[in-house]
Design a protein around this ligand. Structure first.
Ligand code: NDP
Length: 264
């Protein structure tokens, strides 16, 4: 019987997940279909999931925390951050995972010898990434525009700065997790700070995808090795698909086919 998958979000019409997963299912002849579900009320997630007869799902903004609460069982890293982005129907039980941060780790695996990272921004993405980096024993510094959200990172053992208090060090990787550059042409911090940071970093990443942000533009001009958020999106998608098909497909094949969906 054809398996059905979906993504839940509000909004959800922009999501690339249906295209990414359907590309894999079609190319690898896996009998499944992936759709999208516009869900307004996160507390209705579980009943909607089962009413639709889904085998699995992804969850995006703003329901990732509601998804965590809806699960019968949460596995792995999702327990650390209290955020679920992948759901699996395991014999009528709702099992939750988080593939966002692992997807990022997967995306940066070609960056060698990462021991010290600077994260720009202190939102949800920064939280997940910093917790995952700390698990790997990586030293993490966080630089944010404002002070308010930094306490989570202080508790995690990160060095925390605002633009006024920033103390420059050398980094193996700097990652922009702010939304600066998403719908505007802003940098994640004042130009002078960004110039100094790039000068003292080996690799550069950005969570934003679909455009070259002013931040990555600077990295490009300096001839640095950089990655935008497309690889992060791809990484979380590959890991979610592996869970959907219960390891019936080869991970590299999933990656190859999912990557093709980025051409459309
Ligand atoms: P949040 O809203 O949780 O956090 C946003 C952060 O950006 C805050 O720290 C905020 O600082 C900072 N910020 C916003 N505007 C500016 C600005 N103009 N200058 C400097 N700092 C700014 O966002 P998320 O963590 O959910 O998402 C962040 C980005 O990551 C988005 O662009 C999103 O599209 C992208 N993303 C990509 C994914 C992928 O798969 N590639 C997955 C998830 C997210 P302050 O605290 O001062 O307000």
């Amino acid at each position: 019987m054809t398996k059905l998958f979906s993504i839940f979000g509000d909004p959800v019409s922009h999501s690339r997940s249906p295209l990414m997963h359907n590309c894999v299912f079609k190319a690898l002849k896996y009998d499944a279909c992936y759709t999208r579900t516009h869900l307004l009320d996160g507390t209705k997630l579980k009943e909607t999931f089962f009413a639709l007869g889904l085998s699995g799902a992804n969850v995006t903004v703003p329901h990732k925390e509601a998804a965590f609460n809806a699960c019968d069982e949460v596995r792995g890293f999702a327990n650390t951050v209290g955020v679920v982005n992948t759901l699996i129907n395991e014999n009528g039980r709702l099992i939750g995972y988080n593939t966002d941060a692992d997807g990022f780790m997967y995306a940066i695996q070609e960056f060698k010898n990462i021991q010290k990272i600077l994260i720009l921004g202190a939102g949800g993405t920064a939280k997940a990434l910093s917790a995952r980096f700390k698990q790997e024993g990586i030293e993490v510094s966080v630089l944010n525009r404002s002070e308010g959200r930094l306490s989570y990172f202080k508790d995690l053992g990160c060095k925390c700065f605002t633009w006024d208090t920033f103390e420059l060090e050398k980094y193996d990787l700097v990652v922009n997790t702010t939304s600066a550059g998403l719908k505007d042409e802003e940098l994640p911090a004042p130009l002078e700070i960004i110039q100094n940071v790039l000068q003292n970093s080996n690799y550069v990443g950005d969570a934003i995808y679909g455009k070259l942000t002013p931040f990555l533009q600077l990295a490009k001009e300096k001839g640095m090795i950089y990655k935008d958020g497309a690889d992060m999106l791809l990484g979380q998608g590959v890991l979610a698909n592996e869970l959907f098909v219960n390891a019936a497909l080869n991970k590299e094949d999933i990656k190859t086919q999912m990557q093709k969906s980025f051409l459309y």
